[in-house]
Design a protein around this ligand. Structure first.
Ligand SMILES: Cc1ncc(COP(=O)(O)O)c(C=O)c1O
Length: 614
């Protein structure tokens, strides 16, 4: 790739003639079944692979636009574009006539893609984050002086007059490019933000252009099927049968909120009405569920989760109207897992106190350490105690993509509901989460509404309208990027990427275990998260430091790494101490990066302890 400075940048206003531009020839994958599968490590020679070819003529050879026959252009009259002369890029505002706009739109696309690739290769791979502190960056962003009082620093008024697209792209280069977080950097091991797969980025681009609203069926006629398909794939992955269903969400928080809503309106409803919860479903007799519990009917209800559950479980119960104390936190074990035994004891104690246990919220791949609760034991307990079992596998669910590593999660097939977030370990760009339910009717009975304006008469079958299965109304077409990139890699390919990151985490943990100046908690990661800390001077010397000093060393080390640009890890608190946290969902990382990160931390740590006077 030529260096950015050597390239001629097409501006949006002055498109190079399409035919003059060099077009990269991409490749069209033939149908999977037709191809001889290259093994992952030995890619087929490029020449053997099918090529992407342009199927439509370019530039002026293009046929005239295909408007509806009843929409004829009147000749001899002013062109609609003439109404848009007030804008520096009129053809990018009224772009309905390809003869007048298509070249400019193509040039805009080329310029935007070039800005994107310049960012990726000049910035994204250069460092994970910039060195600036929050206040400094905020002042700079808003053009305030370094000593301006914080209260006076803030956003300017909205732009009143138009600006040319080229200038806006230039502003991106000048003001934004250098100040991003990059998940692409090979030592960027952040929360759960992966570098997105290229086909998922392309999927997102197409999604924005076709702009489907996957709520009422008419607004996304085939989008609804693409979502249905990806939901099927996810349900198959967690082991759910044909009666299962789900909905894509903005992420794990939304999915967990929806899960707790379903648990309240299906399971708690049955318990409050006096029947056994899951044991006797009135719907199996053609009767409706009892009314969903509200207000006083929520008093005394109990949900069980560990101290490692995601904050969204507590938030969900809060906004669903449950009184304080509904969530009973059961301490996790020494490997941060929720075990069935302590939950059984808590349930028994609560029953004796006259309370109403109704759900367990387990986590398979916790945010903090990647720990996996005892899902098998909790599944049996939920069945025995008539409790709803929700498993938050927002991150960890992706381990099921790998035959080799699926066992680390265990079977989720008997859970009532499962959260899986493809924007974590399925390597998708934000946003795409999902809630899956074992019984489709649970989702529909909870969220179904029939507003008069969402009528769909005139079809022999009731169309699939996702707003009836989701908390959301207008819904982005989230499925396309997952659908396209899943096809591109296949389940086996996605699984290989998961394994790759698990292996990197294992390597990091092994190097740490073999060293005297790092320790990990737990020593061997359940999945691809490693929590560790640096022990200045080795274990013996660090034992002489008080906890607060050791915590401060980790915070300063994290910041030193951030400033260096050599890598990025976050910090967290575990068992009262501060730990560095590497959440490795980066399939671009290599073993060298693991070794290099530890070397960077050792070198930077030496400066940290010197500055601290230790
Ligand atoms: C286990 C788990 N559940 C839920 C969430 C929330 O997901 P989101 O932030 O995508 O809404 C996270 C986020 O990291 C998570 O790790």
């Amino acid at each position: 790739m030529a260096h950015a400075a050597d390239r001629v940048r097409p501006t949006a206003r002055v498109p190079a003639h399409a035919a003059d531009r060099v077009r990269p020839t991409a490749r069209v994958p033939a149908h999977a079944a037709d191809r001889v599968r290259p093994t992952a490590r030995v890619p087929a020679h490029a020449a053997d692979r099918p090529r992407l070819t342009r199927t439509r003529p370019v530039g002026r050879d293009r046929p005239p636009p295909r408007y509806h026959p009843h929409m004829s252009e009147r000749t001899g009259e002013p062109h609609p574009l003439d109404d848009f002369g007030w804008h520096p890029d009129p053809e990018l505002v009224w772009f309905a006539d390809p003869a007048r706009s298509r070249e400019a739109v193509e040039a805009l696309g080329a310029a935007a893609w070039e800005v994107a690739l310049d960012w990726l290769y000049d910035e994204g791979f250069r460092r994970p984050v910039g060195p600036m502190r929050y206040a400094e960056l905020r002042r700079e962003w808003y053009g305030a002086s370094p000593d301006a009082p914080a209260a006076t620093v803030g956003p300017p008024a909205a732009p009143a007059d138009p600006v040319a697209a080229a200038a806006i792209l230039d502003e991106f280069r000048a003001r934004l490019a250098e100040r991003q977080f990059s998940s692409y950097h090979r030592r960027s091991w952040s929360y759960f933000t992966p570098p997105p797969l290229l086909l998922s980025i392309v999927g997102e681009l197409l999604t924005q252009v076709i702009d489907q609203g996957v709520d009422v069926w008419h607004c996304a006629p085939s989008g609804a099927f693409v979502e249905e398909e990806t939901i099927r794939w996810l349900c198959d992955l967690v082991g759910y049968g044909p009666g299962s269903f789900g909905a894509l969400t903005s992420g794990g928080v939304m999915a967990n909120i929806m899960a707790m809503t379903v648990a309240r309106d299906v399971q708690l409803a049955r318990l409050v009405a006096g029947g056994p919860g899951r044991g006797d479903d009135p719907r199996s007799r053609g009767e409706p569920l009892p009314d969903p519990p509200r207000g006083a009917a929520l008093a005394g209800a109990r949900v069980y989760a560990s101290d490692q559950a995601h904050f969204s479980i507590a938030r969900a119960l809060d906004i669903l109207g449950f009184p304080e104390g509904t969530l009973r936190i059961v301490p996790s074990d020494d490997r941060f897992r929720l075990l069935a035994g302590p939950v059984a004891e808590a349930v028994a104690e609560d029953r004796r106190a006259g309370l109403r246990p109704f759900a367990i919220a387990a986590v398979a791949g916790s945010t903090n350490t990647g720990s996996v609760d005892d899902v098998a034991g909790l599944t049996d307990l939920a069945a025995a105690e008539d409790l709803w079992l929700h498993v938050d596998a927002a991150y960890g669910g992706a381990a099921l993509l790998s035959e080799r590593d699926a066992g680390r999660i265990g079977s989720l097939a008997r859970a009532d509901s499962v959260t899986v977030d493809p924007h974590k370990w399925f390597f998708q760009p934000y946003d795409i989460g999902s809630l899956l339910v074992r019984r489709r009717e649970d989702l529909r009975d909870t969220f179904h509404r029939e507003p008069e304006y969402y009528r769909t008469p005139g079809h022999e079958e009731e169309p699939l309208s996702f707003y009836q299965y989701s908390l959301e109304g207008s819904r982005r077409f989230r499925a396309l990027k997952l659908w396209m990139s899943w096809k591109h890699l296949g389940t086996s390919g996605l699984g290989r990427l998961v394994e790759r990151t698990d292996d990197l985490a294992a390597r990091l943990a092994t190097l740490i275990a073999a060293s005297d100046d790092f320790e990990a908690l737990p020593e061997d990661p359940a999945l691809s998260v490693v929590c560790f800390r640096w022990l200045p001077g080795g274990r013996g010397a660090a034992a002489g430091l008080d906890e607060a000093t050791l915590d401060a060393v980790q915070d300063r080390l994290q910041r030193a790494l951030e400033i260096s640009g050599e890598g990025w890890v976050s910090t967290t608190r575990l068992r009262g101490g501060t730990w560095l946290r590497a959440g490795i969902v980066n399939y671009l990382s290599t073993e060298d990066d693991v070794d290099g990160l530890l070397a960077s931390l050792r070198r930077l740590g030496t400066d940290v302890v010197r500055e601290m006077g230790l």
